[in-house]
Design a protein around this ligand. Structure first.
Ligand code: HEC
Ligand code: HEC
Length: 204
């Protein structure tokens, strides 16, 4: 009995710990994100398919992307390079904390006819071609893994997701540590990528 209570306590305290590990300050981040809202939506629910939604995206991932755009080596984008030029690491963490605290309003539109094939890849990968299941890292609902900075994907626009998969494949985006994504997309066909991008858009 004592053991059970202790195990319960440890479980509860580790949940509250991971739930509150936000180095950034979401209140400060709200003010600092004003310039981002025009494209990403003030609450992170972007209205334009080429501008990624940031609502619910985890702080660690956002902070890393801001750094990467700033460094302009492994993830290059002219618009974002300009947007983040003046942000400090603390600003990036505050903005990340703000967007992480927002909720995705709705799933993006998607092509229903691609969902079955996309679900298969997302949930189970493809043994023949060696594609691993996306959910192993991005979660069964596409919510990512905040503690280790693996990105949320669910509800994202098809156009944006597809553009990123293609960027990893062509080697124009190389900011995935240990080639985690590049080693996967090299095994994916255009049809695989389109199918899984549509399935991802349907998740929330
Ligand atoms: C003029 C439009 C515009 C503005 C304003 C803007 N962004 Fe972006 N942002 C983009 C585009 C376009 C991309 C996609 C870049 C790519 O294709 O790699 C992007 C990508 C991102 C990403 C990567 C998202 C992901 O899922 O990997 C982050 C994080 C981000 N922006 C943060 C910000 C922050 C923080 C600000 C404000 C300081 C900001 N953006 C302002 C257009 C904008
Ligand atoms: C071994 C873990 C792992 C697996 C499996 C994995 N991913 Fe990823 N993925 C990552 C990591 C880590 C990143 C972030 C890289 C970075 O730092 O920018 C990422 C980034 C992405 C992005 C860019 C997100 C954004 O907002 O720009 C997309 C899209 C993506 N993955 C889709 C997939 C799909 C589709 C699959 C399955 C076919 C998959 N991933 C399987 C680890 C993984």
């Amino acid at each position: 009995m004592k053991k059970l209570i202790l195990a319960g306590l440890i479980a509860v305290s580790s949940i509250t710990m991971t739930g509150s590990v936000l180095a950034g300050d979401a209140v400060a981040g709200k003010a600092k994100s004003a310039a981002c809202g025009g494209c990403h939506g003030f609450d992170g629910n972007s209205l334009i398919p080429t501008y990624p939604k940031l609502a619910g995206q985890n702080e660690a991932y956002i902070t890393k992307q801001v750094k990467d755009f700033k460094a302009d080596t492994t993830r290059k984008n002219e618009i974002m390079k300009g947007m983040v030029a003046a942000l400090s690491d603390a600003d990036a963490a505050d903005i990340g904390a703000y967007f992480q605290a927002q909720s995705l309003k709705e799933a993006a539109t998607f092509d229903e006819s691609k969902i079955a094939a996309g679900r298969e890849i997302y949930k189970g990968g493809n043994l023949q071609t060696g594609i691993p299941a996306c959910q192993a890292c991005h979660g069964p609902k596409g919510s990512g893994a905040a503690g280790i900075g693996y990105p949320q994907l669910g509800g994202q626009y098809v156009d944006y997701t597809l553009a990123q998969l293609k960027a990893f494949k062509s080697g124009s985006r190389t900011n995935d540590d240990k080639k985690l994504m590049r080693s996967i997309v090299e095994k994916m066909s255009d049809e695989d990528m389109a199918a899984v991008a549509n399935y991802i858009a349907s998740l929330k």
